[in-house]
Design a protein around this ligand. Structure first.
Ligand code: SAH
Ligand code: SF4
Ligand code: F3S
Length: 449
């Protein structure tokens, strides 16, 4: 009998990848994915712990699920509730105490054990099950091959975990130590995705450019070498990777940007701040000048490279002059897009216990100023494409009839007037509209004339 699983995903792209692999794990047990939690046999929350707000969402969602579970119970049915991801890893036992109606809590490195956990939970042992160990065996060796319907644009985890211990960040604690999948395994998964219709693949890792996986013929490959091998797969048209750390941009990676036409001219390279003093407090172990030099070398290798980044404002000890350095840095580098966040103290991280926490109103003021500057840059970047023809990967149905939503090489969303059957193509689009968040245009080729 078919059973229904609803998976809700929070956080980064790695969680999006993990959620789809959880579904792959459960499919041999007869689970099919549901679009809503109503009436589901199993609900999984794949959670994020990066900032307080992200973690809080889990508890409010659990409140709703409890009501659904009880309602189903009254009708004689059963709904299992499982919490996975980074909140589960960080707060495991505490989570079961606060929400005793949760049946399973499992960490990001142990979801290959879901089938067994679900079977045990269904036997009603009473207590919620907790599986947050970091298993010695990598989960990737136990996951079934990814499902066939990965979509036109697919994600592929190649590296996990983090050994960097930036003083604000929970990831080294929630994801564990750095691990790289063997290149042969990555290539096999990439080929399968392309055979299933993927035109674009994004290689994922918390520190993706710290990749150092076993090479197929022995020895080790860094990310540059892995990108080179993946880009040789016939039928694959676009290749990306995220998220990178400035300390790990090596010569082979820069060469990949120079040599591989399929490697898209866009790079997400988190800077966090433009102040050397704050970079040191953050334990980022690079300076603002190191970042500038990397950008220069990348732009030399690929002149049309666009950059995006992450910034934190209000890190403990950040003074007005540090923040001014961040604004100057953003103006100087020029970003096509960037995320910025107020510093959020996370339990167990060194910065949370640091003196001189920045008061909330100052954080809010700095965030608004930085976001206004970034928005101006993003708008100018988008408007620079007005009247130009861009290749756009037509990914999914658009917001209006007769439209498809696509992505430019620079990761801009493009609303394209195009027939539904053009989905999956990379087509030339004449850009006629440019706003803060997206571009708009129409197909510009013979097929559309
Ligand atoms: N591995 C990536 C970042 C992963 S987390 C890197 O090293 O760059 C994504 C972003 O969340 C970070 O770049 C940072 O800007 C932000 N972030 C992480 N911890 C945070 C915290 N405690 N408060 C606010 N923002 C945070
Ligand atoms: Fe977090 Fe720093 Fe590791 Fe990125 S490099 S995941 S910010 S500890
Ligand atoms: Fe969040 Fe974990 Fe990703 S904390 S950002 S889901 S690695």
């Amino acid at each position: 009998m078919k059973k229904r699983v609803f998976i809700k995903t929070y956080g980064c792209q790695m969680n999006v990848y993990d959620s789809s692999r959880m579904a792959d794990c459960l499919s041999p047990l007869g689970f099919v994915e549901a679009q809503t939690p109503q009436g589901a046999d199993l609900v999984i929350l794949n959670t994020c712990h990066i900032r307080e707000k992200a973690a809080e969402k889990v508890f409010s969602e659990l409140g709703h699920l409890r009501a659904l579970k009880e309602a189903k119970g009254r009708r004689g049915g059963e709904m299992l509730i499982a919490v996975g991801g980074c909140v589960a890893q960080a707060e495991g036992a505490e989570l079961l105490r606060r929400a005793p109606f949760v049946d399973i809590v499992f960490g990001p490195q142990s979801y290959h054990r879901l089938p067994e956990l679900v079977a045990r939970a269904a036997r009603k042992t009473g207590e919620g099950l907790l599986e947050t160990s970091f298993p010695a065996e990598p989960k990737f060796d136990f996951l079934p091959a990814p499902g066939a319907s990965a979509g036109v644009s697919a994600l592929l985890s190649v590296q996990e975990g983090c050994d960097k211990f930036c003083s604000f960040c929970v990831v080294p604690y929630t994801r564990g130590a750095e691990f790289s999948r063997p290149a042969g395994q990555v290539l096999a998964e990439a080929r399968r995705l392309v055979a299933g219709g993927a035109r674009e693949i994004t290689l994922l890792g918390q520190n993706v450019n710290a990749y150092h996986g076993k090479a197929p013929q022995g020895g080790e490959w860094r990310l540059g070498e892995l990108l080179r091998a993946v880009s040789e797969i016939k039928g694959l048209e676009r290749l990306r990777y995220t998220t990178s750390h400035p300390r790990e941009v090596d010569r082979s990676l820069i060469a990949a940007h120079r040599d591989l036409p399929k490697l898209m001219p866009h790079l997400h390279l988190p800077a966090q701040t433009g102040s050397d003093r704050v970079l040191a407090l953050m334990n980022r172990r690079h300076s603002a000048d190191d970042y500038r030099r990397i950008v220069d070398r990348l732009r030399e290798a690929r002149a049309d490279l666009a950059l995006s980044s992450d910034f934190i404002v209000g890190f403990p000890g950040e003074e007005e002059e540090d923040f001014a350095a961040t604004l100057a840095f953003v103006k100087e580098i020029g970003f096509a897009q960037a995320f910025s966040f107020k510093y959020s103290p996370r339990p167990g991280t060194p910065a949370a216990a640091a003196p001189r926490q920045v008061p909330e109103p100052q954080k809010a003021e700095r965030l608004a100023a930085l976001q206004a500057l970034i928005a101006r840059q993003q708008c100018a970047f988008n408007q620079s494409f007005l009247g130009r023809v861009l290749p756009v990967l037509l990914e999914k149905p658009g917001r209006r009839g007769g439209q498809l939503l696509g992505k430019s090489a620079y990761l801009q969303n493009v609303h394209v007037t195009a027939a539904a059957e053009r989905r999956g193509e990379i087509a030339p689009v004449l850009i006629r509209e440019a706003g803060l968040k997206s571009l708009g245009g129409a197909l510009f080729d013979r097929a559309s004339a």
